[in-house]
Design a protein around this ligand. Structure first.
Ligand SMILES: [Cu+2]
Length: 471
């Protein structure tokens, strides 16, 4: 068994502005880690499919960042894009002025401009970074961010980060044009069918999303030319799964293999065995699998056709799995929503009655293609919700919409409210159509924090608000 630190390729270190190779550092008190994240237009090979897109330092996903809790992280950004940009560190409770949200926390970085992000890693787990401007998240501007716990008792042999994505950029259109078309054409509100089609096998209803993508990717590779990773039979692999999609939830499974889910959104849960797990955009899950023979990891886009895959290969042999058939079975079987997981005792919020309740009424599409929260469209710095420091706040997400919305709160990790016991600690939670989901959080990180739908097209069409408090 390896320690978590030794398990995967360490890419931490001090890279310089001239782009020298990072130097690995040993020990929890290693110095600052610096990574240049210069976004630029570039050609990317997705596995026989070459696209012109926007990427961080020429890679999709961006090169994995792996640091330790308590380490200082610094990311100088020079914006080589033709648009303004910013970088958001999804799920991290860092100071507000490093959160990367234009207007609320910083002016966007103009084309040709610079900004340096710097923060101390406040927590451990599986996170990711992405642009927080326009539809840039649905180009190539995202990458995994892993924060290791030097004291974690790691019960696995190796680990593998899986970044899921839906891809359209550079295939004859781009996300800005997709958004323009949606906003120009509008969408009819869906038929008033009771329940919007939510069933145990279709937990997010019948509407998979607003965008039809030509490709689904794991680690930047299309289905027909997947990434292959070599293992030995019997090895236990910790999968760190990140849904970096713009408009797609994924159902993830490994044929004939149980997933033992240990974390969601970076936080530990009571381990839960399952055949598959569903992740909305912005959600993550860690799961340990024991490998028998060669087998693919399959990610099926919810309510859409096709699938993404990555191959776990044993003894150099091809997998003997009919993936098309497997995906049919996967779609016809109930799946695990990570909000239903039980948090590990050490990450429970202290028991406390909420001091106040905030309601977020999610509606849309209305007036063509807009997605209001409490009847209003995102308009920073207007329309925020003032709260006080040192409080326990309950947020009630009330969906009056016939489409699912993964709702993300910046700067905090909330606790999902479940009927009988505390739910998982998370930063992004799926709100199925016409359902209400509640979470609690403590106002312990002052600032102006956006809370929004992680569907990039809903966000850009108004589905966000923010909470605000001072220290
Ligand atoms: Cu949404």
């Amino acid at each position: 068994m390896l320690s978590a630190g030794a398990a995967a390729g360490i890419v931490v270190g001090c890279s310089t502005r001239t782009g020298e190779q990072p130097v690995a550092k040993e020990g929890a008190d290693a110095g600052a880690v610096e990574v240049n994240l210069n976004p630029a237009e570039t050609d990317i090979d997705l596995g026989g499919v070459t696209v012109r897109t926007w990427a961080f330092a020429g890679q999709v996903p961006a090169k994995e960042i792996r640091i330790r809790k308590g380490q200082t992280f610094r990311a100088p950004v020079t914006n080589n894009l033709p648009q303004e940009t910013s970088v958001h560190w999804h799920g991290l409770a860092i100071p507000n002025n490093m959160d990367g949200v234009p207007v609320l926390t910083q002016p966007p970085i103009p084309p040709g401009g610079n900004f340096t992000y710097e923060w101390v890693a406040p927590q451990t787990g599986t996170y990711y970074l992405h642009s927080h401007v326009g539809t840039q998240l649905d180009r190539g501007l995202y990458g995994p961010l892993i924060i290791e716990d030097p004291n974690e008792k790691a019960d696995y042999d190796d680990e593998l980060v899986l970044v899921l994505d839906d891809w359209i950029d550079g295939t004859g259109t781009n996300p800005d044009q997709v958004l323009e078309k949606l906003q120009k054409t509008g969408m009819k509100p869906m038929e008033q069918t009771p329940g919007a089609g939510v069933t145990p096998t279709t937990p997010l209803g019948t509407d998979g999303g607003d965008v039809t993508y030509p490709y689904y990717l794991i680690n930047g590779r299309v289905t027909t030319d997947p990434q292959v990773k070599d293992y030995r039979a019997g090895q236990r692999i910790r999968l760190r799964i990140i849904n970096a999609g713009g408009d797609t939830a994924f159902r993830v499974a490994v044929p004939g293999t149980e997933l033992n889910v240990t974390h969601t959104d970076g936080y530990p849960v009571m381990p839960q065995r399952t055949n598959s797990v569903i992740l909305g955009m912005g959600e993550r899950a860690d799961a340990v699998v024991t490998i028998g023979s060669s087998v693919p990891v399959v990610a099926a886009p919810e309510g859409k056709d096709g699938y993404a895959q990555l191959n776990l290969r044993v003894d150099g042999k091809p997998a003997d799995v009919n993936v098309e058939e497997f995906v049919k079975t996967l779609r016809a079987t109930p799946t695990l929503n990570t909000a239903q997981l039980t948090p590990a005792p050490e990450v429970l919020l202290p028991q406390r009655t909420p001091d106040m309740t905030l309601e977020m009424r999610l509606t849309g599409p209305v007036n063509g293609y807009t997605w209001p929260v409490n009847g209003k469209l995102y308009d920073p710095p207007n329309n925020g919700m003032a709260v006080a420091p040192g409080k326990r706040v309950r947020v009630k997400l009330i969906s009056e919409s016939r489409m699912f919305h993964p709702i993300h709160l910046h700067g905090h990790t909330f606790q999902v409210v479940q009927p009988s016991a505390p739910g998982a600690r998370k930063d992004t939670v799926l709100v199925p159509p016409l359902q209400t989901v509640e979470f609690d959080f403590d106002t312990d990180n002052p600032g102006r924090w956006i809370t929004h739908c992680h569907n990039d097209y809903h966000l850009e069409s108004g589905m966000a608000t923010f909470i605000e408090y001072t220290g």
